[in-house]
Structures are given as structure tokens and as C-alpha cells.
Design a protein around this ligand. Structure first.
Ligand SMILES: *Cc1c(COP(=O)(O)O)cnc(C)c1O
Length: 424
């Protein structure tokens, strides 16, 4: 259509630089890029070792009791309404009781805010803490949604290291060196994605002491709570809430293997009430009120999901995970260009180092992963996406036979691209 003979000049465009910067860091976009580069003519099944979503595999099907709870809630007609900003009251109480069982004090429904998954909890906490000039300390390697969400709301972030030679413990000296008077929080992920480690009671106590010394709060991402299948038991960070205030974030995505149900929580595990005094929880509820709502009937089902899922389901899931972690570790030990500093004993991931000097014509971790996807139909997440260039993150929450097959293909890929040894 003509506009006085001249074409209309449209003034808009998707050009928010903060959003572009935030989006570039996302694992989802890296991994989906790798899926796009797969060779469609390869008859072998794709081995999806790049992202953790075991729900696709029969051996990781969620508990029937959890599915029943959802069906009952959906059919009851009681949950067709909007929920309150903090969440459905019964769901808040259920989470409070669920967490209190493992704490030396009780959290109450008023300490709990229900979110649309743990990712939503990350979004909310980064926004709540984004005071002008403030900064947060994030782990490297980490879970890049923290960086993306902080970038999007103008919150400065600084990285402390996780130490591969110390079972991926937090470099607490590094934390102290990074912090200044504008530091407000540090984030830990336990059990840890991407490293596959579980922090000891002793190490968590030291983290709390450091946070106290610095006057900062600890955000503990426990979306993998109880995904611990080695010798170390899972200890909630909230146990140390008296030493320093702890915001515990979690959800049902990983433990119940239902990431599609989008249900998580933010909980003040802070017996001294510092978070309340500092209005952090009110601010979380205020943000929730203008953000997305978790689906009401999933919230309505939560008390029954928690109450009715039997121990056998979790024990069986951990047996399978222990087995796949073992397969993964053994297979990786057998691949020359890959070293694994720590055998995974928690979460669904392991972090391994790539030795590029033993490979021919592979420039870096991204090049490795894209050629691997194209040639072997195996998808692995390059470390750069998590702040660790020339490392790889591999998930073992995959059907055991597909995992074995996928890692065999990684092995033959490495052999094929290996430098031919000089014969003398
Ligand atoms: C998977 C994951 C999340 C997101 O959990 P959802 O409940 O699916 O949103 C958050 N943090 C870490 C470390 C994760 O691995």
C-alpha cells in the first residue's frame, strides 16, 4: 500500500541489546543449534547427551502416584482459578513441611513462594537482587541462566571457580577476593550441574561461614535435591541458615523427572528472619505478582505428589542413575582425548576436559561438538556455554543402551580425528 507515494518506514525491530546478550549465553540455543546440524540421513538414533531431560526414556518415567495426583487435581474442578501471587496455600504448606523434615528448624508456608519451575525462581531472584550497583557471585562452570537473567536485569555478576582437583568444591578464597561492599549474594548449585558433585556437610558449613563474613546471602539451587547416588548424602544448605541467610530454590522437575510440569519454589531457609527483615520475600512475591503463574492445578496436585510418591520410586530412579553414571564414567575413561577429573556422584551431568593437542583439525569445544553431531548423531554441550572453554558437559540421564552406544560413537569419532602417532 502506498503512503503518499513513499514506502512506510517501520520504526520497530527486535533490538534490545540486553536481550541479545542474554540470549547468546543460553544453553538451549547452543544445544538446539547442534540438533539443527545433525545429518538427517544417518539411520542411527540421536544420542541426546547435551541436555538433562530423562522424561523421554521409559526407565525414567515418573511415579504413577504423581501422574494420578495431576489427573485428580485436573478433574476435581477445584483448580480452574487464578492462584495467589505466592502460590496455592496447600502447595506452600506442603513444600514447607517437605523441607522442614530435613532442617533443624521449621519453615512455614509464609516462607515459601511457588514458581513456574526452578528457572522461574532464578529469574525472580536475579531481578529481586538487581539494586543499582549491586553484584552477585556465580560459579564457573555454572548454569548459564543465572548469567542471562542477571544480564537482562542489569545485575553485575562475577565468577568464582569450582575446583576440579578438589571434587569441584567452591574456591572460597576466590569468593572472598571477588566480593566487595556491593556484593549481595553468592549462588551454589548442589548437587551440582554441570560437575556432578555433591557437597559435604563440612564444605557447606564453610560456604555459610564465608557468606557470613562477607555479609551476603547464599542462593542454593537444589533442583537436584537427593539426586545423590555416591557415598556422600545430600545435605540441604538451609541446615546452615542460622550462620547466613539462605534462599533455597528447588522444584519437582528433576527429582520427579517432570520438567514439563513447570513447578518449583523459592524458600526462605533463614531461622533468624534476616530475609524477612530485608523484605526479600515480599519482593519475591511482588515480582511473582507481575510475572507468569505456575499452572494452578499442578500446584493443587503438589501436596499429593509429595505425599503419595513412595520411596521405592526414588530408590529405583537413583539405582538407574548410579548405573548410567558408572557406564558414562567407564566409557569416558576409555577415550584418550577426554579426561574426567571427578567421577559423578550426583545430579545428571559430568564435566570432562578435552585434550585438543591429541586431535587433528578440531579447533575447540564448539568445533568438536558440531562435528560430532554431524558425523555421529551425538549431541553434547560444549563447555564454553558454561564458562569453560574446551571442556564438555555430558548427561548420563539417558537410557543405558543409548548412552553406551552414544559414547561408543564419541570414542570412534575421537579415534578417527586422533593425531596419528609417530612411529620411530
Ligand atoms: C534444570 C535446572 C534448573 C531448572 O529447573 P526447572 O524446574 O525445570 O525450571 C535450574 N537450575 C539448575 C542447576 C538446573 O539444572
Amino acid at each position: 500500500m502506498e503512503n503518499g507515494g513513499e514506502a512506510t518506514k517501520w520504526r520497530f525491530g527486535a533490538a534490545n541489546p540486553a536481550l541479545e546478550a542474554a540470549g547468546r549465553q543460553s544453553i538451549r540455543s547452543i544445544v538446539s543449534g547442534l540438533f539443527d546440524s545433525l545429518d538427517k540421513s544417518d539411520p542411527r538414533p540421536v544420542a541426546p547427551l547435551g541436555h538433562g531431560d530423562p522424561s523421554a526414556f521409559a526407565c525414567f518415567r515418573t511415579a504413577p502416584a504423581a501422574e494420578d495426583a495431576i489427573a485428580t487435581a485436573a478433574l476435581s474442578g477445584k483448580h480452574n482459578c487464578y492462584s495467589r501471587a505466592a502460590g496455592v496455600e496447600e502447595a506452600r504448606s506442603a513444600v514447607a513441611a517437605h523441607l522442614s523434615r530435613e532442617l533443624p528448624y521449621d519453615v512455614t508456608a509464609g516462607d515459601v513462594v511457588i514458581t513456574a519451575g526452578c528457572n522461574h525462581a532464578i529469574e525472580i531472584m536475579m531481578a529481586v537482587l538487581a539494586a543499582p550497583g549491586a553484584n552477585v557471585l556465580l560459579p564457573r562452570p555454572g548454569y548459564p541462566l543465572y548469567e542471562s537473567r542477571a544480564a537482562l536485569c542489569g545485575l553485575e555478576f562475577r565468577h568464582f571457580d569450582l575446583l576440579p582437583d578438589k571434587a569441584w568444591e567452591v574456591d572460597l578464597d576466590g569468593v572472598e577476593a571477588l566480593a566487595d561492599e556491593n556484593t549481595v549474594a553468592m549462588v551454589i548449585v548442589n548437587p551440582n550441574n554441570p560437575c556432578g558433585c555433591v557437597y559435604s556437610y563440612h564444605h557447606l558449613a564453610k560456604i555459610a561461614e564465608t557468606a557470613r563474613k562477607l555479609g551476603i546471602l547464599v542462593i542454593s539451587d537444589e533442583v537436584y535435591d537427593h539426586c545423590a547416588f555416591g557415598s556422600k548424602p545430600f545435605v540441604p544448605m538451609g541446615v546452615f541458615g542460622e550462620i547466613a541467610p539462605v534462599v533455597t530454590m528447588g522444584g519437582i522437575s528433576k527429582r520427579w523427572m517432570v520438567p514439563g510440569w513447570r513447578l518449583g519454589w523459592i524458600v526462605a531457609t533463614d531461622p533468624c528472619g534476616v530475609l524477612r527483615e530485608k523484605k526479600v520475600i515480599q519482593s519475591v512475591i511482588d515480582y511473582r505478582a507481575i510475572s507468569v503463574d505456575p499452572v494452578t492445578f499442578v500446584q493443587g496436585a503438589l501436596p499429593q505428589i509429595i505425599a503419595n510418591t513412595d520411596k521405592a520410586f526414588f530408590e529405583n530412579a537413583m539405582d538407574v542413575m548410579r548405573k548410567t553414571a558408572e557406564i558414562c564414567y567407564q566409557k569416558l575413561m576409555d577415550i584418550e582425548c577426554i579426561t574426567c577429573p571427578h567421577k559423578p556422584d550426583g545430579s545428571m551431568f559430568v564435566m570432562v576436559k578435552l585434550d585438543l593437542s591429541s586431535l587433528d583439525g578440531i579447533h575447540d569445544d564448539v568445533d568438536f561438538c558440531s562435528k560430532l553431531a554431524r558425523e555421529e548423531s551425538v549431541v553434547i554441550c560444549p563447555g564454553i556455554g558454561l564458562g569453560m572453554k574446551d571442556w564438555l558437559r555430558i548427561t548420563f540421564a539417558v537410557d543405558p543402551s543409548l548412552l553406551e552406544d552414544g559414547l561408543e560413537r564419541v570414542k570412534s569419532f575421537c579415534k578417527r580425528h586422533g593425531k596419528t602417532k609417530e612411529v620411530n
